[in-house]
Design a protein around this ligand. Sequence first.
Ligand code: GDP
Ligand code: MN
Length: 372
Amino acid sequence: MDLYEHQARQLFEEYGIPVPRAEVTDSPREARGIARRLGGRVVVKAQVRTGGRGKAGGVSLAAAERTTRRILGADIKGHPVRTVMLAQPADIESEFYVSYVLDRAAGHFLAIASAEGGTEIEEVAATRPESVARIPVDPAEGVTSAKANEIVRAAGLPPRAADILMRLWQVLTREDALLVEVNPLVRTAQGQLLALDGKVTLDDNARFRQTRWGEEDERHDDPLEAAAAAKGLNYVKLDGEVGVVGNGAGLVMSTLDVVAGCGARPANFLDIGGGASARVMSDGLSVVLSDPDVKSVLVNVFGGITACDAVADGIVRALDAVRPTKPLVVRLDGNNAVRGRAVLDDRAHPLVRQATTMDAAARLAARLADTS
Ligand code: GDP
Ligand code: MN
């Protein structure tokens, strides 16, 4: 998960990395008060999870209230702006670049640093690769003062940047980040070093112990994905017409392939998980059936921990709750499959058909999507 700039800024501040004073708001009126508190002039910065905001019009030194209103209504490279950060403007003398990234192939971290900061580092690396230093960092040793000085020398950073490099390493390791980046790190006309813009990408596998950034920040732009996430479902919207529901990521992935093999296109990935209850099945089907692109639905469940009769109960519950207008093909096999099939036979819903194999079920679902 990528943090917003203001969250990265907050972390930097906690670890003693100098940052400009700043506040966040979603209100132009409030922006005026914040600007006053920060001493009058401010830089208004769109809080979106993408770089290159400056070039896209998302960073401005113009009047706080008016600029906040404009930026809050804007869309920065496909990201709607919901909040802005107002910061005390820095009087920039030079801009530098520093980051740590995980080099998965090499099995270590990489310090990337350059005396040519400000623009995106990919651009600098493409045009003037010799001005970008890349120094491996052994994760067990970390960024010692010797290592920090090595990075400073290799990139031509001001000597005092070494202290910031060591603190930035602490941010990376203690906060379970896969990437920390400061661009630009600036030297002000007053000779102070300041982290003017920050990016921090957290390791999602460590979310269980990095709870402070909250789930509510995970925004889904697709409304179906948002509805599924709200129900705690593992759902991904795709481009096709056959809705797919299964238990276990592997089985669902194979089901997508089999649907594609039948000449149809899956409309989604939905894994109801092992040990799925009737409620999860019912929640899942409601989401898939509410997708206007879906023309037929394939439910493919191989009961292991999941009992097929619970799945069938969930399907019946969903049929009553959602009142589908699209055909469903259900394949139940494994644990309690006979009971599960009987539940569906008893319900005898006119839109539900059963198949005994995955291939037969996928063929039928593909054909129904084609004709409905
Ligand atoms: P990004 O475009 O998303 O990377 O956003 P940044 O926060 O890095 O801002 C882009 C550029 O705007 C920086 O490289 C600076 O040149 C400029 N900028 C940002 N903050 C300030 C500031 O406080 N003062 C001045 N003079 N320029 C700033
Ligand atoms: Mn930047």
